[in-house]
Design a protein. Structure first.
Length: 310
């Protein structure tokens, strides 16, 4: 969806040359992502995925590349980033930090079936098992105190979002002290559009929001994004949680409530109230979708939620 940078064939060839790629026959913009500009390159090595890391510092790009390489080496199904001819994790093209990945074939399954939820549950468990040994535990930009800070910044927001803003404030007060332990590396954003299903199963994509964090919270993000169709679908929830492995129901419930608040807040601050965001992106990233999840989780309560996981 985002396309902040235009990439013509000449520029794509200059970037590819940094990776020792001699021939680029075509470059195609991809309607994927809301933060970066993404492209498909057709090269003598086959298709490659090129990401322009918009507005990111070099250490952020290097962190993601190191993490994804570590996970791939440990058996997590994710494309290992390529390195430039001089061993760098990204190419600097006129001030743009560009990352290149092997092309992953497969399809996004939307809406996901219970079997898809089970597959992503197993993949997430593998990610957590491998990522627990990754030494760099960066603080999440979506930790409770940071979401509270964002929510406070919504004071004085336009009237059409006032009810949602007030509800967010009440929910954050109810969740005061939400501070699950940092277990290891978490993806933080494993929505259906960040998973491809192919012959070898689920392939995990886009680790740019990964950080240190709580495994149960990471599972809650998946539950809120994969198991909702205007209501939480019991078959999907049970398949996801059953495939992931044992988890405390109450901890997962609280984490799911916080995940719903987080995405309501970030979609308010980063999408709904940002005049630069295009209408089609605003429609896809509608804050009301997660506001509805907030209400549904409150209505379920801990016992009703626990029944979904069985």
């Amino acid at each position: 969806m985002a396309q902040f940078t235009q990439l013509d064939l000449a520029r794509a060839r200059r970037i590819a040359a940094r990776y020792g790629i001699r021939s680029v026959a075509g470059v195609q913009p991809l309607a994927a992502g809301t933060i970066n500009s993404n492209f498909r390159l057709d090269t003598e090595r086959g298709p490659l995925f090129l990401r322009v890391n918009e507005g990111k510092a070099g250490d952020e790009v290097a962190y993601e590349a190191a993490l994804v390489t570590f996970l791939a080496d440990g058996g997590v199904a994710t494309p290992r980033p390529l390195v430039t001819s001089d061993g760098a994790p990204a190419a600097d093209e006129g001030g743009l930090l560009v990352t290149l990945f092997p092309w992953s074939s497969g399809h996004h399954h939307e809406p996901p079936a219970p079997a898809d939820c089970a597959a992503v549950g197993r993949a997430l468990a593998r990610l957590h098992a491998v990522g627990a040994a990754f030494p760099d535990r960066r603080v999440s930009r979506y930790a409770y105190p940071r979401i509270v800070e964002r929510a406070r910044g919504l004071a004085g927001a336009p009237a059409h979002v006032a009810e949602a803003v007030a509800d967010v404030g009440e929910e954050l007060e109810a969740l005061a002290g939400f501070d699950p332990p940092v277990d290891g590396v978490v993806h933080n954003d494993l929505f259906p559009d960040n998973v491809l299903f192919g012959p070898d199963g689920a392939v995990l994509l886009d680790f740019e929001q990964a950080s240190g964090g709580s495994f149960v919270y990471d599972l809650a993000v998946v539950l809120c994004s994969w198991c909702w169709t205007g209501r939480f679908v019991p078959e999907r929830v049970a398949a996801l949680v059953g495939a992931y492995g044992p988890v405390d129901d109450r901890a997962l419930y609280d984490a799911a409530r916080f995940a719903a608040v987080r995405f309501t807040v970030t979609r308010l601050t980063d999408v709904e109230l940002d005049p630069r965001v295009q209408p089609e992106v605003r429609a896809v990233k509608d804050y009301r979708d997660f506001w509805a999840r907030m209400a549904a989780l409150r209505a379920l309560g801990p016992d009703g939620f626990a029944a979904l996981t069985r």
